[in-house]
Design a protein around this ligand. Structure first.
Ligand code: IPE
Ligand code: IPE
Ligand code: MG
Length: 248
């Protein structure tokens, strides 16, 4: 089946996930298979980002969240980190205009203060440039850690309690969610992880409570439009129960 036929089938099925989150993993292995340095895989991974964004937009996904760099990834060698940051800046330069034209609003989530000034400026420019895009929101998770996100949320509420503007009893799931990095987004319906690893790696721990998981052995640089559509089709075959029983 061609990509366009897959897309047709997705549309006929009707239930497109509103929010898709992706752990883009396997760049290093992709490079190693080719006898190349890890950076080579990251560069190839950037092309896959382009394809995923386009495929998500075409399918009618409202929010796409891509895990690009974790808090734990700061523990990698400095050369790899600087290559990744350089690629991020390159991505911004290359894609900014196109994303704006496509109506894609970019939002960055994570501890951005840890980034260098050049990377921060690049992020600010893509966010400013694409603001107001109504077709899809693209969340780039950079220097992101879910535990840190949750701690920050708790701290914000604690500060309000300490200031006397909030009672502990007023804290509920809704208010807590509103303090996270994604207050405007529905929780992800589908999480895709490439390269076969069956773990969450500190990604959106709160938001993934009832997300459908899709793990594929395909390495991120090889994950193209067709793979994205196949993941959506797989999602459409799932029965989401949210702990309840469905009337038969
Ligand atoms: C994912 O690929 C990209 C980032 C984590 C930044 P990896 O670099 O983790 O690739 P593998 O897992 O070593 O193959
Ligand atoms: C998760 O991948 C982080 C990103 C994709 C940005 P990692 O490769 O860092 O995760 P682990 O180490 O396999 O759990
Ligand atoms: Mg990895």
């Amino acid at each position: 089946m061609s990509c366009e036929q897959l897309l047709q089938e997705i549309r006929l099925n009707g239930t497109v996930p509103r929010h898709v989150a992706v752990i883009m993993d396997g760049n290093g292995r992709w490079a190693r298979e080719r006898g190349q340095p890890r950076e080579f895989g990251h560069r190839a991974g950037m092309q896959a980002v382009r394809q995923a964004v386009e495929a998500a937009g075409d399918a009618g996904v409202e929010v796409l969240t891509l895990y690009a760099f974790s808090q734990e990834n700061w523990g990698r060698p400095a050369t790899e980190i600087s290559a990744l940051m350089g690629l991020l800046e390159l991505y911004v330069r290359r894609e900014r205009r196109d994303l704006k034209e496509k109506g894609i609003e970019v939002h960055c989530i994570g501890e951005l203060d840890r980034l260098g000034p050049r990377t921060r400026a690049a992020i600010q420019s893509i966010v400013d440039h694409t603001r107001g895009g109504a077709r899809m929101r693209l969340n780039l998770a950079i220097s992101y850690g879910a535990r840190q996100e949750i701690v920050l949320a708790a701290r914000k509420l604690a500060e309000r309690v300490a200031a006397g503007t909030l009672l502990p009893g007023e804290i509920d799931e809704e208010l807590f969610s509103q303090q996270l990095y994604t207050p405007r987004d529905p929780d992800p319906d589908l999480l895709i992880r490439t390269s076969g690893e069956q773990r969450i790696s500190n990604f959106m721990l709160w938001q993934l409570a009832y997300t459908e998981l899709y793990v594929t052995p395909v390495l991120w640089p090889d994950f193209g439009r067709e793979h994205f559509f196949r993941a959506l089709l797989d999602y459409q075959r799932r029965e989401r129960r949210f702990g309840r029983v469905l009337a038969s």
